[in-house]
Write a protein that binds this ligand. Sequence first.
Ligand SMILES: *Cc1c(COP(=O)(O)O)cnc(C)c1O
Length: 219
Amino acid sequence: MGLTDITTRIAKAAKAADRDPSEIALIAVSKVQPNERVEAVLKEGHRCFGENRVQEAAGKWPTFRETYDGIDLHLIGPLQSNKSRQAFELFDMIHTLDRPKLAQTFARLAQEMGSCPQLFIQVNTGEEPQKAGITPAETDAFVAECRSLDLPVTGLMCIPPVDETPSLHFALLQKMAERNGLSQLSMGMSDDFEQAIAFGATHIRVGSALFGARVPPAE
Ligand SMILES: *Cc1c(COP(=O)(O)O)cnc(C)c1O
């Protein structure tokens, strides 16, 4: 596929859901992709990208930023506390705020640096032991805790279990965001972004459908 195809599919899914496609951000997930593929998408005018590792992002995006204006970079992978400062410097949005300790680190850094990326709280909607995220039962309290720390939390993020119907998880996330007064939803990947759009996704994270298969595959 290519950028045009994905954009067309987003527009179709938005129309079917009676939504304005301009309220859906396409995060082009460039992890592990060769720089030529990433640059081709930059040359087409796309500016919104996602990476899952701080180290990898630090190795490629400062250089791209010297050439291309207006790059909007999203961290979509788990973050170790000791990489938070570097993440704050690199990313415009962090989708993986997933534990109280990280929230406290972010609050300290935000004070010290005088700014903070926009934040999504990652919810482990499938309650999978190997997956990061706040459990659904703890989410409301964690949102409140982040707010009391003055963190700019704007939405919720989830990665549904691979063997379950994603729509059930998208619907759950949408409900949780609504009752917490959060307007943004980071959900939907290559195989299910159209369903995510039907359930209100504002940020879809699309990698392989846009760039081709990852070589070597990540995770
Ligand atoms: C890799 C990744 C994606 C993109 O996956 P595709 O199936 O290639 O679209 C989306 N979200 C997260 C959190 C990822 O790690």
